[in-house]
Design a protein around this ligand. Sequence first.
Ligand code: DGL
Length: 418
Amino acid sequence: MAAFLRLALLCVSVVVLRASDDPVAVAIGHAKAHPQGEVPASFVAADYRGDLRDLPIGVFESGVGGLTVLEALKAHDRHDNRTGKAGADGVPDFAGERFVYFGDQANMPYGNYSAVGRTDFLRELILRDVLFLLGRRHARGAKPPVKAIVIACNTATAYGLEDIRAAVKAWGLPVIVVGVVEAGAQGLAETAGDSQGGVAVLATVGTCASNAYPKALAKVTARPVLQLGSATLAAAIEGDPSVRTPIRDIIRADVGAFLRSAAADKAEPIDTLMLGCTHYPLVAEEISAAFGYWRDHETDGRKPYAALVAKELKQVNPAAWTAEALWRSLQAAQMLAVTKSSAGDLFYISVPNPAWPGVGLAADGSLSYEYKYGRQPEQVGREDTINVPMTLEKLPGATAKLVREKLPLTWRSLQSAR
Ligand code: DGL
């Protein structure tokens, strides 16, 4: 009996040890232990017990890329707002809603954590993002809790969607969770379903390594899927000063390398581009132009990629289908807002916290590469980065220009944000 008990205790402790290694278990336990939301990475449990309908919708990303999803949410009009029936009525479907946006810019690029073996840490970052949105605090004051979480980042969807759903369930929250990858697959099925050509998924290195798109696309199409992972494009769009190559040259080089390897593999001709990173719609024209450049590129009197790239290239941006998935989930759960909010959207961004013990900073004040990619999980409440209101002045000039030119609804909302 004693031996049996000892064995049972050993098994329990092994399970506990395993559980504590898991960033999801750590985040779940941390938030459960602080139901008053009094510490970082926690929320007020009582906020989620009443009527959630008039709470805002949370949207998060590693930086500004998720603003392309926010734009699609704000523009979405596929339903009659009074009856809920299908068909645009000239009034955006989310006209009555308010959004809380968070970009974890201090910890980005998310797409590079997998290459250095830090996906567990990335999963913890993603859960911290969710806890921030669920909670009531930012570094300078109060923020509202949210009734839904839109993962406006492909990398975060690839590595975090299941974790977030598991955590929300464990916390017993009736919060809706929507990601962009399944929505992208749905978008492909609806807009480019008839084609037989190859689909090139353009994404971060991390999203490609996760194989989230090939898996999601296999459910809706038998078309060949190829992946192009870029290690620097999202950071360049974000205005990261350590990336000095111009955006157009990064895209051209990435597409050239991708086509060289596709040609060597005798891949099927490509006629559809999946914009599998939420930063990429901001440079959609440059992406098409790069494929065009290589299609027409001549070397030794021949055009090696002419047969590999279709003349008409269709682009699929998952954002509009993400908006539709969110609308349907809120409608099904009867959680669309009942009182139109007069308050504007809220925007937050993470910044390094020099006061945190041991934090490693680069000369420009950002987290140093070694520090950023050297961290281990299990400190979900760490504050080496803190979340502060994001204003237009915090965006580098070139990034602000992209947002102003490509995302007019979001730009307007950001202009009035404080
Ligand atoms: N925009 C993000 C995505 O959709 C990735 C950017 C990053 O690497 O942080 O995957």
